[in-house]
Design a protein around this ligand. Sequence first.
Ligand code: GDP
Length: 196
Amino acid sequence: MTSLNTNKAEFIKSAASASDFIRSEIPAIVFSGKSNVGKSSVINRLLCRKNFARVGQSPGKTIHVNYFLIDEKAYFVDLPGYGYAKVSRSEKERWGKLMESFFAAEGLITLGVMIVDSRHKPTADDVTMAQWFAAAECPLVIVANKADKLKKSEIEPNLALIRTTLSLPYEVPVVLFSAEKGTGRDALMTEILKYV
Ligand code: GDP
């Protein structure tokens, strides 16, 4: 199986509009999730870094698509977080335009990685995001993050609720994850490596 040397990770660019999106033969692993779900922490955990993708930046402030090149074999594409209540209407519009242009373009997504909070029912915004990935017809993996906050008895029902709320087809895996503890890191990397 292919491997990814996560020590070789570099920031490439922030794209603020469609003309800046990277079109390449190199597979694009596209990360999405609502603000504060732990998207940066998941990426950092995958890369065994502390502060590579920024953590805890003020939610909703960065409306960019960030590109990282990993081992010259894959782009990790960090979509701007969504669903933060306190952003202005103009920021929401900017987010919507940028995401519409991203999902409308062909061939920008090799694999979608959608991060949700394992403690809660996915939000309406999460459902919309899952529909965008479905419409893009790309393979998708769901990451149920913050699993360290779950009781053991909550795991199965919560994963089932995520699956039904997002109307996931059976082939879409849901990976129980804790960016904090490292749970699920290898399972998620295995899913990603199928496309690298
Ligand atoms: P982002 O806005 O989605 O990029 O989220 P961040 O990565 O900045 O994380 C938001 C907050 O959630 C931070 O305080 C993180 O420390 C925390 N966090 C992220 N992942 C986990 C996790 O797996 N478990 C717990 N308990 N907290 C987490």
